[in-house]
Design a protein around this ligand. Structure first.
Ligand code: BTN
Length: 255
């Protein structure tokens, strides 16, 4: 995030958060994980203008163009045993989608578990980890990129490329933290069931979408059939088998 106003004025808009702002880090995720290891406060956030080793899901890199993206990681002290992490993951995707839509006035979609898409291309990724019994959630939003490297060109996009050319990075940041704060509180109070319903309404990928799912060493093909009560994705494979997807990359396929 590039700062257009003094940091103190921006921090005043998110009083419930303790924010660590950096010009350049390897990865906000590493920094936040290390703060979580050291027992930092709930609702600590690390945000950087540039990441030199941005980290994506499934061991991928996260393309982190300096100044053009929002790169941040949040530490949340939620009472989450490992089997409830999928609920947090859904909550974060919904929070990112809401913040993006509010700040850009564009319509976004969700791809299970928590990719945010605009016009079918990925504009935001979320990475959730458990560290020292806290949730460390990293969010990367492509804001001002006017192009992507060749290998990402067909799958990635930015708010700028989708026509939202005047998005305030500060407003996006504040909207995201407010939304995460609200959803973390709701998740701790109400559990996962309302999130599952909301996700199924908000995502065109949740039900009836023809997809390919990359699993370790194989690809499953079929149609999505909604989420199970823990937030995992049901897939009706083309051979008729019903398979619960716990992790993996989901991509659309032509019917
Ligand atoms: C994904 O692969 O979709 C998840 C991408 C998560 C990227 C963000 S950017 C801020 C935080 N720091 C990282 O190194 N990764 C996450």
């Amino acid at each position: 995030m590039s700062l257009k106003r003094p940091l103190s004025l921006i921090m005043a808009r998110v009083p419930r958060w303790k924010v660590h702002w950096y010009t350049s880090v390897e990865s906000t995720q590493f920094e936040a994980a290390s703060l979580a290891e050291d027992g930092c406060e709930d609702r600590t956030c690390v945000v950087a203008q540039e990441q030199t080793a941005g980290m994506g899901r499934l061991g991928r890199k996260w393309h982190s163009e300096p100044g053009n993206g929002l790169y941040l990681s949040m530490v949340l002290s939620l009472p989450v045993p490992p089997d409830r992490v999928p609920g947090v993951t859904l909550a974060l995707g919904l929070a990112a989608k809401d913040a993006i839509e509010t700040s850009s006035e564009l319509e976004a979609d969700l791809r299970w578990p928590n990719d945010v898409l605009i016009n079918g291309r990925k504009v935001c990724g979320v990475l959730t980890q458990l560290v020292n019994q806290r949730v460390v959630a990293g969010v990367g939003i492509n804001v001002g990129h006017d192009r992507f490297p060749e290998e990402l060109r067909n799958i990635a996009t930015s708010l700028w490329l989708e026509g939202a050319m005047r998005v305030s990075m500060e407003d996006l940041f504040v909207a995201l933290l407010d939304n995460v704060d609200m959803r973390a509180t709701a998740f701790a109070r109400d559990g996962i069931a309302p999130l599952i319903e909301e996700f199924e309404r908000a995502s065109t990928y949740a039900v009836g979408k023809r997809v390919a799912v990359e699993q370790e060493g194989r690809v499953l093909r079929g149609f999505t059939e909604g989420l199970d009560p823990q937030g995992f994705l049901w897939l009706r494979e083309l051979n008729g088998a019903r398979t619960l997807i716990h992790a993996g990359g989901v991509r659309p396929e032509e019917e």
